[in-house]
Design a protein. Structure first.
Length: 350
């Protein structure tokens, strides 16, 4: 047995080496326990013989083939004829030479599938096709109307097409078991993203809410998942606009961006390490948020809205955490500020 194999057998998590055809090339001791068979039985046999084909693990394997880096997901169900039921795993997949993949499975801290964000993802897979069909119809109708639209109608139809496309991308990613905790990072202009959100909100509220911009033009492009951050900031802006609209007077929402120096971020690798950050603040002049509500507002299914499902701010929390950022909420009657701090790293700057 090689030295590397001996070290892997000491690992407290399962490690599999799989080729492009899903053939198991190697499995450490913990992987043999998870799959319920010895290495002599697992080696050179297809993973599908030991894990059911509807497991999200196969969808993650499909995804890693098109990625240059690691692919991760939390709370993944791995089920099979000999796999112990009721366990969820945090999974990381890494591309290896010759089209092979290293798969690591660590038992998740989430014990109940119903408590996991994976449950929402699974629900998204079920509804994926049903959502995409009407979206295609909406986008197609907007495209037809755009041909004969005048100058005032064209921007609104562009919003419909853009939002339909964005929702379709999110549904596709959710259907492929891609959670908000696993962002795809690329460089983009944060102000262009915020402008798209403001234009959509201006159309949604029919000019009844004053939406203001206070951008720092010197900010560089940031590195992050544009679709995920769009969803997060849209939730914050929409909540702010709704709160401002309840004042009875002229509601106002202001988006501000700025550099933040000497900000302390805590993570598994670095505790309270000072570094530069980008701050995005959404401020409204609504009635404010009570201290009791602030303590629970980021919990899943917590909502103070009539008919609300409480998913919006839990998504915000998960997206910001996945980008190693922080959220600060300040509120008093007439002024509420949601500030999102995203760490500036060397790769953030071109």
């Amino acid at each position: 047995m090689s030295e590397k194999a001996s070290l892997l057998d000491l690992a407290p998590f399962a490690v599999l080496h799989i080729d492009a055809r899903r053939t198991i090339l190697a499995a450490n001791t913990e992987a043999q326990i998870v799959l319920g068979h010895s290495l002599a039985i697992l080696r050179q046999r297809n993973l599908g013989e030991f894990v059911y084909h509807d497991s999200p693990l196969f969808e993650l394997l499909d995804r890693v083939s098109g990625e240059e880096g690691d692919v991760s997901a939390h709370g993944v169900t791995v089920s099979g004829p000999s796999v112990l039921k009721g366990k969820l795993y945090d999974v990381r997949l890494r591309p290896a030479p010759q089209g092979t993949t290293i798969v690591a499975l660590c038992e998740s801290l989430v014990r109940d599938a119903a408590d996991s964000a994976a449950g929402i993802s699974g629900f998204g897979r079920i509804l994926g096709h049903e959502v995409k069909n009407p979206l295609a119809g909406i986008s197609g109708a907007a495209q037809l109307l755009l041909r004969g639209a005048d100058e005032t109608q064209a921007p609104l139809l562009d919003i419909i097409r853009s939002e339909a496309s964005r929702i379709e991308r999110l549904v596709s990613r959710l259907s492929a078991f891609e959670l908000f905790s696993a962002p795809r990072r690329d460089r983009f202009n944060i102000h262009q993203l915020l402008d798209k959100i403001l234009v959509a909100e201006e159309a949604a509220h029919g000019g009844n809410i004053m939406l203001k911009r206070a951008y720092d033009p010197s900010l560089p492009e940031i590195l992050g998942d544009e679709d995920h951050l769009h969803e997060a900031f849209q939730n914050i802006v929409r909540n702010a606009a709704e709160a401002a609209g309840e004042t009875g007077g002229k509601g106002q929402v202001t988006l501000q961006t700025a550099f933040e120096t000497g900000f302390a971020f805590s993570s598994k690798r670095n505790v309270n390490r000072l570094q530069r950050a980008i701050r995005i603040t959404v401020e409204d002049n609504g009635k404010g948020i009570s201290a009791e509500t602030r303590d629970q507002m980021f919990d899943m299914f917590s909502s103070t809205k009539a008919g609300g499902r409480g998913l919006g701010l839990s998504v915000v929390s998960e997206v910001v955490a996945a980008h190693e950022g922080r959220i600060k909420v300040e509120s008093r009657p007439g002024q509420t500020k949601f500030s999102v701090f995203l760490p500036m790293k060397r790769e953030n700057v071109q």
